[in-house]
Design a protein around this ligand. Sequence first.
Ligand code: DQA
Length: 138
Amino acid sequence: KKIIIINGPNLNLLGTREPEIYGNLSFTEFLEKLQEKYPKVEIDYYQSNVEGELINKLQEVGFSYDGIILNAAAYTHTSVGIADAVKAIKTPVVEVHISNTFGREAFRHTSYISPNAKGVILGFGLQSYELAVQSFVH
Ligand code: DQA
């Protein structure tokens, strides 16, 4: 199985950014462990702070990969473009968030992506990504 984790804006700062919310592990450290734990799954990774680049990547992988794990970060709550891309592609998208967005500011309670996601996993820290990987393994 071939899947990809796509992270949106500011998630390149994981480990240093608001550690009380997002933890102090960098994503690359976490990803290495995840890849070791699931050797039968090819887990690619892409991160961008740019909305259009995230859309380009979704289109690029969205007709050949078995699964996409998408944390669109702040764009979750704003981007019709990313939502349309999720709807346009064939590969199922699992939406993930590190924090429990429903326990935070009201503007984080809306997701443009959720209506077209296969499922949503949020609030489990970086483990949210592992749960999403498992959803594609089983
Ligand atoms: C986030 C939640 C978003 O509201 C926020 O803008 C992020 C990260 C999360 O993973 O908890 O950047 O997607």
